[in-house]
Design a protein around this ligand. Structure first.
Ligand SMILES: NC(=O)c1ccc[n+]([C@@H]2O[C@H](COP(=O)([O-])OP(=O)(O)OC[C@H]3O[C@@H](n4cnc5c(N)ncnc54)[C@H](O)[C@@H]3O)[C@@H](O)[C@H]2O)c1
Length: 330
């Protein structure tokens, strides 16, 4: 029997998940809800599902849900679905402040059902290569530099509205914060300088992260840079070794002083694979089947919100701040 899945939100990213799920025989898309009814109807028509008139109606007919709505709505929708006992795949960001993050984390714990957060980049082949090198001990990161620019805050139309996104760091840069934890472990302190260039919203950040391991990383993120390639990049340096990523297209690495540089190029793979969407959705369905735990948890979501809130607080106070205690760090 296929799992009956409902899509809450029928915009761009819902279309990505729907297309992947439609190719997984373990799943059937049964319902879609969107306040823009024509979107719900066309999504429902495409996959032989019903267009629901409300979230409640969708929950009634679904065994699990994908939350694919604008950022501001995630906390309430996730809590509503979890309260109904439904397994949830929730797009990033997890929440837009610590209070919201606590609510969803508590709701996920109380519901005891599968909850997975949409940090797809963990499953991009480029980032899997980097993670594997760290796990295998081929790269012991001693220093890290990263950037995550956006081309614009124009599309979708709500993406430039801090009241909907929660602020620029909760948009695309949220992925980098998840990856920082995924690769390098827990962050102990942050020190941030930031400026606003549009709509009075901070959109240009210079971030210094101190990890509990002692590792330090810098990260630069700017919202209006154009989509100049590569707008997203990690550089991780070990002793006489460098790993460098070029968006989710390529990774180059040199492991030694007088040796060759290897480049792995994933450019020809379909976008849904090279951006990690196919694997994250497959792992969610695996978890529904009881074959493994969801790979990005509510606890991960909470920690990323904590990190972002730390960055905003540090930018505001112009101080290096210890996470957790929120005190000025030594
Ligand atoms: N993981 C990724 O790579 C990735 C990529 C794109 C978007 N996202 C995230 O996915 C979410 C959706 O982004 P998008 O690009 O699909 O936006 P979108 O604007 O294309 O689609 C969002 C849809 O949600 C609908 N909606 C609004 N409020 C709703 C509600 N209460 N209930 C049901 N539907 C509602 C809107 O009408 C719209 O059709 C955002 O949080 C975004 O940050 C993640």
């Amino acid at each position: 029997m296929a799992f009956e899945v409902g899509l809450i939100g029928a915009g761009a990213v819902a279309g990505v998940h729907a297309e992947i799920l439609a190719h997984d025989s373990r799943v059937r898309i049964v319902s879609a809800f969107d306040p823009m009814a024509d979107r719900a109807e066309s999504m429902a028509d495409r996959y032989g599902a019903r267009a629901a008139k409300s979230v409640e109606e969708l929950l009634e007919h679904s065994q699990a849900v994908f939350i694919c709505t604008p950022n501001r709505t995630h906390v309430d929708l996730a809590c509503q679905a979890l309260a109904a006992g439904k397994p949830v795949f929730c797009e990033k960001p997890f929440a837009l402040d610590l209070e919201g993050a606590r609510k969803v984390r508590d709701a996920a714990r109380a519901a005891g059902v599968v909850f997975q957060l949409g940090h797809n980049r963990r499953f991009a082949p480029v980032y899997k290569v980097l993670k594997q090198a760290i796990d295998d001990g081929r790269l012991e990161p001693l220093s890290v530099h990263a950037k995550m620019n956006r081309g614009e805050l124009l599309n979708p139309p709500w993406v430039g509205d801090g009241k909907v996104t929660g602020g620029f760091l909760y948009e695309t840069p949220v992925h980098m914060f998840d990856l920082m934890r995924f690769f390098f472990g827990d962050v102990a302190w942050v020190e941030v300088a930031a400026r606003a260039h549009q709509n009075n919203e901070l959109d240009d950040f210079s971030i210094l992260l101190g990890f509990t391991s002692g590792l330090q990383a810098t990260m630069k993120t700017f919202a209006h840079a154009s989509w100049h390639f590569p707008f997203e990049r990690f550089e991780a340096y070990g002793r006489h070794s460098t790993y460098e990523t070029f968006e989710m297209e390529r990774i180059s690495f040199t492991e030694g002083l007088e040796t060759e540089t290897t480049t792995l190029d994933f450019g020809l793979r379909p976008r849904d694979h090279k951006w990690g969407y196919v694997e994250e959705d497959t792992l969610f369905v695996d978890a529904l089947e009881g074959k493994g735990d969801p790979p990005v948890t509510a606890e991960d979501g909470y920690r990323v919100v904590e990190l972002i809130e730390g960055c905003y607080a540090s930018a505001r106070t112009e101080k290096r701040l210890a996470l957790r205690s929120w005190q000025a760090a030594d």
